[in-house]
Design a protein around this ligand. Structure first.
Ligand code: HEM
Length: 427
């Protein structure tokens, strides 16, 4: 493939409408012919092979500390002033830290993600799923993203954080603001500025909530209380760290889970044989494996980002200090060296080597929650909406480099009462 020439200084354009809708052919081509290359269009290195990804994610020279160097060295004084409030929030996030800061934060925050803590999420996820399905089952059609996959994780995470029911609507608005900052303002005048203001309000709201729970005489079973109680010896999280972590959890756990449900349902509807196996598997036996295969086949994260902390030689090429590096999970997850027939969607393969949740020190902290939420949501959609099929309007994709998800995915089904339908078990 020709990687040079063309507009924007050359480099393969990964955001044409065709490549946004289906990035896999171009990633396959790049993994075969230019597994490591510099793309001038994005001014970054792209790495595609599964073995190279694992090696990079184990190598401390591929640093996660990429916000600070840009903020300190690459911005003008005016830009620094303008972005300082956002930087103060992002600066608290473990996902942008290297050891030893990352080690400390991760250890403390992990205390809120024990198996017991995660088991508390399950009934709440099931309840919210039930409410949404019951609302839409009689209608015969919905937009899976807007009506189901987007609100579900937003409500669940707000409740898990201990946001009082009366504040959930405003919390959801701030959550939308966060998404605008991720996906861009899409041509709406002033939307980005409002979103930035919204992030400030969200941060202030969460800081008050943290203070409220810290001063409360009783401990409740919610994430903020778990983060307040988390301790390693004498070390605990500060209020600022807890506030920043809550925003990270909302940011890291909302859109990704929406996309797991959306991409997963689309993969199942496009492969009726696999949907049939899932529906008819006794005791939902293939549900967990189906979620893993969705993460491999069409997961929510296309790439992880790193910054070279020093000069690195890889496949004969030199990645220079402070160069940005994109580790293309979507290409590694279809590497034929690791997965047989990688372009085949097969829910029985149970692909444990997929890198959909990353790998190494920063492996997704919310993976167990995401698996649980994805499994409950997909199970409800495929069992409770009979005759489920893609709507005639077709889906629309978010034109983003790093994540993979739809803006809308209309589906039709036979109007019903939302009760699970009876199916013949697999022979
Ligand atoms: C299917 C849904 C999800 C996907 C595909 C996903 C993917 C990822 C990936 C690829 C990373 C590694 C980032 C890196 O190395 O730079 C990550 C980290 C993280 N994720 Fe997730 N995530 C999902 C859901 C969640 C949920 C539900 C939560 C929280 C409730 C969460 C919280 C986090 C946190 C806190 C980190 C940072 C871990 C660290 O830096 O040590 N994620 N996630």
């Amino acid at each position: 493939m020709n990687n040079g020439g063309g507009p924007n200084g050359g480099g393969v354009d990964l955001l044409t409408p065709e490549r946004v809708a289906d990035p896999y052919p171009v990633f396959d081509d790049l993994r075969r012919h230019q597994p490591v290359h510099w793309n001038e269009r994005y001014r970054a290195w792209f790495i595609h092979r599964h073995d190279d990804l694992l090696a990079a994610l184990k190598d401390p020279r591929f640093s996660s500390d990429r916000i600070r160097p840009v903020f300190e060295h690459k911005l003008t004084e005016d830009q620094r002033k303008e972005r300082a409030p956002t930087y103060r929030i992002l600066g608290e996030w473990m996902v942008f830290r290297d050891p030893p800061d990352h080690t400390r934060l991760r250890k403390l925050v992990s205390r809120a993600f024990t198996p017991r803590a995660i088991s508390l999420w399950e009934p709440r996820i099931a309840e919210v799923t039930e409410e949404l399905i019951m609302n839409f089952a009689p209608l015969g059609g919905m937009d899976v993203i807007k009506d189901f996959a987007y609100p579900l994780p937003a409500v669940v995470i707000a409740e898990m954080m201990g946001v009082p029911p009366g504040d959930r609507d405003i919390f959801k608005e701030w959550s939308d603001d966060l998404m605008v900052l991720v996906f861009g303002a899409r041509g709406v005048q002033g939307r980005r500025e409002r979103a930035q203001a919204g992030l400030g309000e969200l941060s202030g709201y969460l800081a008050d909530l943290v203070r409220h729970y810290r001063n409360s005489s009783t401990t409740e079973d919610n994430l903020i209380c778990s983060l307040i109680d988390a301790a390693e010896g004498d070390d605990t999280l500060t209020d600022d760290e807890i506030t920043g972590t809550c925003i990270l959890l909302l940011f890291g756990g909302h859109e990704t889970t929406t996309n797991l449900i959306g991409n997963g349902l689309r993969a199942l509807l496009n492969h009726p044989d696999q949907l049939d196996i899932l529906r008819r598997s006794p005791q939902r036996g293939f549900l967990r494996a189906a979620v893993e295969e969705i993460l491999r086949f069409d997961g929510p994260s296309k790439m992880q980002v790193r910054m070279a902390a020093g000069d690195i030689t890889l496949r004969g090429l030199t990645i220079r200090r402070h160069d940005m590096v994109y580790l293309v999970q979507a290409a590694a997850n279809r590497d034929p060296e690791v997965f047989a027939n990688p372009d085949r969607f097969d829910i029985r393969r149970n692909p444990t080597a997929h890198v959909g949740f990353g790998f190494g020190l920063h492996y997704c902290l919310g993976a167990a929650v995401a698996r649980l939420e994805g499994a409950i949501a997909l199970d409800a959609l495929v069992r409770r909406l009979p005759g489920l099929r893609p709507g005639p309007q077709g889906e629309e994709w978010h034109p983003t480099l790093i994540s993979r998800g739809m803006e809308s995915f209309p589906v039709s089904y036979n109007p019903g009462d939302g009760r699970p339908s009876q199916v013949e078990p697999l022979p």
